[in-house]
Write a protein that binds this ligand. Structure first.
Ligand SMILES: NC(=O)c1ccc[n+]([C@@H]2O[C@H](COP(=O)([O-])OP(=O)(O)OC[C@H]3O[C@@H](n4cnc5c(N)ncnc54)[C@H](OP(=O)(O)O)[C@@H]3O)[C@@H](O)[C@H]2O)c1
Length: 320
């Protein structure tokens, strides 16, 4: 298929399209011809269009062919611990209202974006989609992970009762250029890069890192995730959720050592074991996405990390 034909003349709503993942998804849709031939890409900003409001959702989806719902209230472990109530309600409301109004407005395809934080705290690694309901998520990210998981239930129910074409993808931990480097809400990779580069610039010889370093994560480069989301939007048409991950499992200690090396930092790391590790192990089985639409994450982790560090060095002066 000439994929640009798929996007041609379609009106595409990309919520969260100005966010970290969203910018890469918008770029990929544009590369494939989105917005051309009388089509349009609409990127609603939260200050004009608060998706927790039903009327806002209703107005936004009129005449829309495709919704890619990326908007969310998101943060790292510290942010999750401080904002559990907002993380639960904001994400639940945005997803539920937007999908309901999309169904009423006759949207032809709805792409829901889930999260690895929806998986049970303890389950077989690598995580398979069939184990999603086998237990409660790790406590610090349960309000966020469970609120987002309701979008899967809603999509499956709407497909069953209304024939609504909703799909649901579960990306693992993302990283890459344009990530959120804010102190209070960043995830582990931007937080560590920032700490190490700031310590190096200030001539400090020690960096303190949260937790024991033993937890593991499966890090997916953001451009690989964006391509997968756009491929799935074009090709995937079924109710079952699909994982998007790199298939590799890296400990936070390995990650931190790699960042120290790539940044050329000569100081040392100390581990603050009084701080939480989060979920003990994470790695996903992405074989179902490979079967469904040929997904394979091509970016090597060190290369992706080096690009992320380069991006931060260029932009660090613009970040508070
Ligand atoms: N980052 C990860 O590691 C990761 C991993 C798995 C899944 N995900 C999922 O991927 C998606 C994007 O995450 P991200 O990391 O790119 O987050 P992000 O940079 O924080 O982007 C989220 C966007 O959501 C929008 N938003 C938040 N509240 C809103 C509201 N009330 N009304 C309208 N828009 C609102 C914001 O728009 P404004 O900029 O206009 O305020 C923001 O740009 C989320 O669904 C997240 O759950 C992320």
């Amino acid at each position: 298929m000439n994929t640009s034909d798929w996007w041609r003349a379609k009106r595409v709503l990309i919520t969260g399209g100005a966010g970290f993942l969203g910018k890469h998804v918008v770029d990929e849709v544009r590369i494939r011809g989105g917005g051309e031939g009388g089509g349009e890409i609409i990127i609603p900003r939260s200050y004009d269009f608060d998706l927790r409001d039903r009327q806002v959702c209703r107005d936004l989806v009129q005449g829309i062919d495709v919704v890619i719902h990326l908007a969310a209230n998101v943060g790292g472990i510290g942010y999750n611990l401080q904002h559990p109530a907002e993380l639960f309600l904001d994400n639940l409301l945005m997803g539920a209202l937007l999908m309901d109004e999309s169904r009423s407005a006759g949207v032809a395809k709805f792409v829901g974006i889930g999260t690895i934080c929806s998986y049970p705290k303890h389950t077989t690694v690598p995580f398979k989609e069939t184990t999603l309901w086998e237990g409660y998520p790790e406590e610090s990210n349960a309000p966020y992970g469970l609120a987002k998981k309701m979008l899967l239930v809603q999509g499956q129910s709407y497909r069953e009762q209304y024939g609504f074409n909703s799909i649901y993808l579960l990306p693992t931990n993302l990283y890459g250029p344009g990530d959120n480097f804010q102190r209070e809400s960043s995830h582990v990779i931007p937080a560590l890069i920032r700490k190490v580069i700031e310590a190096a610039d200030a001539g400090e010889m020690e960096v303190q890192v949260w937790g024991s370093g033993s937890a593991t994560r499966d890090f997916l480069y953001v451009e690989d995730a964006a391509k997968a989301i756009v491929d799935a939007t074009e090709i995937y048409e079924a109710a079952e959720p699909l994982n998007l991950g790199s298939g590799s499992e890296i400990s936070i200690m390995q990650l931190a050592d790699t960042i120290v090396e790539l940044c050329g930092y000569e100081g040392s790391l100390t581990w603050d074991r009084s701080r939480p590790d989060g979920q003990p192990r994470r790695s996903v089985d992405a074989a179902a996405a490979e079967r469904a639409f040929g997904f394979l994450a091509p970016t090597n982790f060190r290369d992706g990390l080096a690009k992320t560090i380069d991006w931060y060095r260029i932009h660090q002066g613009d970040i508070d």
